[in-house]
Design a binder for this molecule. Structure first.
Ligand SMILES: [Zn+2]
Length: 191
């Protein structure tokens, strides 16, 4: 009973907050309903800001807009995007030219580790107002621009860039070994 009461209360708070927030943006009634109740009319919401049904369709529409150049990797990423139940399960192909400040970090047993800045940042949710993915980025630090001046840094940051997402890159010693077997292992780790 207490749990139910709490649920009603918290839903009511979310409802009032989101309704005033949304009315300002002049969104349609259905969208307010969807966001408040966290479900689509198809009742397939799998996380707060995530409708697997709608988002997998959005990913599918972008399948012809990117490629890793390797059909196994493409298929693997596509499958992950279609199956993603929340933002943490999404995989994306990041083209090399969307990275900046690629810097050697360490050498592991089977790979070399680099640090870099991804200009776009990871997907958080669908932004229905602007009809694009909402992405997570943070304000870049002074030291990032200092690193850009270092001769060892590949693809140095331009000075006019303000935001990015810090990533770690693992480069396998023998990248020709990227095949279905390796991807099955990654799949196992993700599930
Ligand atoms: Zn939906």
């Amino acid at each position: 009973m207490n749990e139910l009461l709490y649920d009603i209360e918290s839903n009511f708070n979310t409802l009032t907050f989101k309704m005033s927030d949304n009315l300002k943006k002049n969104d349609c009634e259905k969208e307010i309903h969807d966001q408040v109740f966290g479900i689509c009319s198809d009742r397939n919401h799998t996380d707060d800001d995530w409708c697997q049904n709608c988002n997998s369709k959005r990913f599918q529409q972008e399948f012809n807009k990117w490629t890793s150049g390797n059909e196994h990797i493409d298929k693997f990423i596509q499958d992950a995007q279609l199956k993603a139940r929340n933002r943490y399960e999404v995989l994306e192909w990041i083209p090399y030219d969307r990275l900046r400040n690629i810097k050697y970090h360490a050498k592991g047993g089977f790979s070399i580790i680099y640090k870099a800045i991804w200009l776009d940042g990871r997907i958080c949710s669908w932004d229905s107002e602007n009809e694009k993915w909402k992405r997570e980025v943070s304000y870049l630090k002074h030291e990032d621009f200092e690193n850009a001046r270092n001769n060892d840094t590949k693809l140095p940051l331009d000075e006019n860039i303000k935001y990015g997402y810090y990533v770690v890159l693992k480069s396998p010693n023998n990248s020709s070994k990227i095949n279905e077997g390796l991807l099955n292992e990654v799949n196992y780790l993700l599930s």
